[in-house]
Design a protein around this ligand. Structure first.
Ligand code: ATP
Ligand code: MG
Length: 392
């Protein structure tokens, strides 16, 4: 493990100490955008990564070169940090519990473990009185068929953990689909759950920050749009009734309080008819909240730092009537959208964010945000810039 901190003996006595040191496990785009917020607050962000050129390191975060599944790496990250947190979920639960005995880890390993296992999360949320899609554990195709006999086809089969961007989510229309999905999952050693296919009117996300002292601040309800299970764009405010938005927000705040969350919590919700079902939890900044960088006084990344450090939370209202964010995915030809940056910058009002990741088809490489008088207006602008980046 190599620790490349700025605190070398050569540092002059007059060099001011950072306002706080935060350790983050992982150094991808979430860490990169957290570093962007850390700069303004005078916070030193240390990131645990094996890649000395990871996106957050390129943005100036202090690298701690090591592995997230190695106790030595975790200890090297935690040394001298006020708090340790996450950019990804790939830390073995046992190691995390050990780390939490030696350092301040937020959110808590128990809350993290609950959110990371979709079956555990569904059971816990249902037990807390929140509505979730009907679900069952699943050990094979016979259980999927039995579930479908009760709830109807199609059903959705999911990996209990480790999935993202729709990887690990499969729709089964009949027993043949179910048999194939279960066979492939078993071969890959992936544990499954099965759930009812929800007739979704809208997908919403609520971001709420909570401090260890119990202060919380929720952002306006976001509306997310998925294609093939991957988030393609987001608008704020969501096109839902004031009552639906208020209920969604109350649910997210109740989850943050109920699980004693510290930091930013993202709650993904399905609106079906007039009911709100909890889909997923993420105990960290979330793709749906990237527009807060440009659209809110305090971004979700700044808010995450403030919440983790038990500092006063920032304002969360929208700075414009509406805002939109469009993800920039690697185009099918493998080319790098960054090559077309100037075309996107020519779109008035578009705010371009690139993650300094190697281009691969379908990979999230950046996003574009725009503000507007209406959600459609903002979305048109953000889409125009994202299309320019994606290429012809
Ligand atoms: N029960 C369901 N009924 C209908 N559609 C569903 C259901 N579950 C998931 N989906 C669709 O698949 C998408 C991805 O599902 P989910 O959020 O569980 O997976 P994920 O890959 O972990 O997502 P993320 O990238 O947010 O981590 C959802 O946003 C939704 O569009
Ligand atoms: Mg999701």
């Amino acid at each position: 493990v190599t620790v490349l901190t700025g605190a070398s003996p050569a540092r002059r006595a007059s060099t001011p100490a950072p306002t706080a040191r935060v350790g983050m496990i992982g150094a991808g785009q979430l860490a990169r955008m957290t570093q962007q917020a850390a700069i303004a607050l005078g916070v030193e962000l240390r990131v645990l990564t094996e890649d000395p050129e990871a996106p957050a390191v390129r943005a100036g975060a202090t690298p701690v070169l090591g592995r997230a599944d190695d106790p030595a790496g975790l200890d090297a990250l935690a040394a001298g940090c006020d708090v340790v947190t996450f950019d990804h979920e790939l830390v073995p639960a046992g190691l995390l519990a050990g780390l939490a005995r030696r350092a301040t880890v937020r959110p808590s390993p128990a809350a993290k473990a609950m959110a990371q296992d979709k079956l555990h999360a569904r059971r816990t949320l249902r037990g807390a009185g929140l509505e979730v899609p009907p679900f069952a554990p699943c050990d094979g195709a016979a259980e999927v068929a039995a579930f479908a006999a009760e709830h109807g086809w199609p059903v959705v089969v999911k990996a209990r953990s480790g999935g993202y961007d729709g990887r690990g989510v499969w729709r089964a229309d009949d027993e043949r689909d179910a048999a194939r999905i279960c066979r492939e999952a078993e071969a890959a050693g992936v544990a499954l759950l099965v759930e009812a296919h929800v007739d979704i009117a809208a997908e919403l996300a609520v971001l709420v920050a909570r401090t260890p002292s119990g202060a919380r601040a929720a952002y306006p309800v976001l509306e997310t749009h998925q294609r093939d299970g991957i988030c393609i764009d987001v608008v704020a405010p969501a096109a839902v009734s004031a009552d639906q938005a208020a209920r969604a927000t109350r649910m997210a705040v109740a989850i943050a309080d109920g699980f004693d969350v510290a930091g930013v919590l993202a709650v993904e919700l399905f609106l079906t008819g007039d009911r709100l079902l909890v889909n997923e939890l993420a105990l960290r900044p979330h793709n749906s909240g990237h527009l807060t960088i440009d659209a809110c006084p305090a971004s979700q990344f700044e808010q995450h730092l403030r919440a983790l450090l038990d500092w006063p939370l920032g304002e969360t209202g929208l700075l414009a009537p509406a805002a939109a964010m469009v993800n920039v995915l690697g185009p099918p030809d493998g080319s790098d959208p960054a090559r077309r940056l100037t075309h996107a910058l020519a779109v008035p009002g578009a705010r371009v964010h690139l993650y300094a990741k190697a281009a691969r088809p379908g990979r999230k490489l950046g996003h574009v945000t725009a503000l507007g008088a209406t959600a459609d207006h903002a979305l048109d602008r953000a889409r125009a810039a994202a299309a320019a980046l994606a290429g012809p």
